[in-house]
Design a protein around this ligand. Structure first.
Ligand code: HEM
Ligand code: HEM
Length: 178
């Protein structure tokens, strides 16, 4: 099952793309629920955001474990050293944010004092004290980290497209087809 040294293994590629679409969808849903006029008819959207966000947190942890078992191949050579350093830093930041964004959302939801329910029935333990001041601070943190996540994702996608369209060096192809 280990990824061959020359490319990304199937589990790594499946995790990458499932999580990429999941994260972008959860971001859009979060931005929507934070701005919608809340009513009884749309409360379930909060639960959906928390549920998908919690699944993404579990997948991020699985991905980090899998990374240890089957380390990804090094980057294809070509770009100047500063771009390689930037890409490595972006990958590290993406991993930190794959954990930090959902954990901050979970903490923010805990601070509201309401049960943090996912899948409509499973109550997660509270990881922050219930208090309006803590809730405000954590809401700011979750929002800031989520928008920072989007910024790093855009940088990462720009780098991937530059190599796919500009250099045509197989970087995108090996993440798609191995
Ligand atoms: C990768 C996972 C996640 C992403 C990308 C994400 C993204 C977002 C975004 C973009 C917002 C709107 C921020 C704004 O005001 O502009 C938001 C709000 C929120 N998120 Fe998340 N989130 C994630 C996971 C979670 C999790 C796991 C929970 C809770 C268990 C959660 C709870 C919340 C809550 C309660 C809000 C506030 C809605 C409101 O303003 O009333 N999020 N999230
Ligand atoms: C939206 C959330 C995304 C996240 C969190 C993310 C995260 C990552 C991470 C951490 C890696 C390093 C390899 C690994 O450890 O798995 C990676 C590699 C890669 N990503 Fe993404 N990615 C996202 C979206 C995208 C999108 C939309 C594209 C395509 C346009 C893309 C293209 C690539 C490519 C081509 C690589 C391989 C780079 C190499 O060969 O070294 N990613 N991604």
């Amino acid at each position: 099952m280990a990824a061959p040294r020359a490319g990304f293994g199937l589990p790594t590629r499946v995790l990458h793309w499932v999580m990429a679409f999941g994260i972008l969808g959860t971001f859009a849903l979060g931005a929507y629920v934070a701005r919608m006029e809340v009513g009884l008819g749309n409360l379930w959207l909060f639960g959906l955001h928390k549920t998908i966000g919690a699944v993404l947190l579990a997948l991020a942890m699985a991905r980090i474990v899998w990374h240890g078992i089957a380390p990804p191949p090094g980057p294809l050579p070509g770009p100047p050293e500063w771009q390689m350093t930037l890409a490595r830093a972006a990958h590290r930041a993406l991993y930190a944010l794959m954990l930090g964004v959902p954990v901050s959302g979970w903490a923010r939801a805990s601070a509201s004092g309401l049960d943090v329910v996912i899948f409509g029935r499973l109550t997660l333990p509270a990881i922050a004290p219930a208090s309006p001041a803590v809730e405000d601070a954590l809401a700011l943190l979750h929002r800031g980290l989520a928008w920072g996540f989007l910024a790093v994702i855009l940088l990462h996608v720009a780098g991937a497209l530059k190599r796919a369209i500009g250099a045509r060096d197989g970087t995108l192809r090996r993440m798609l087809r191995g």
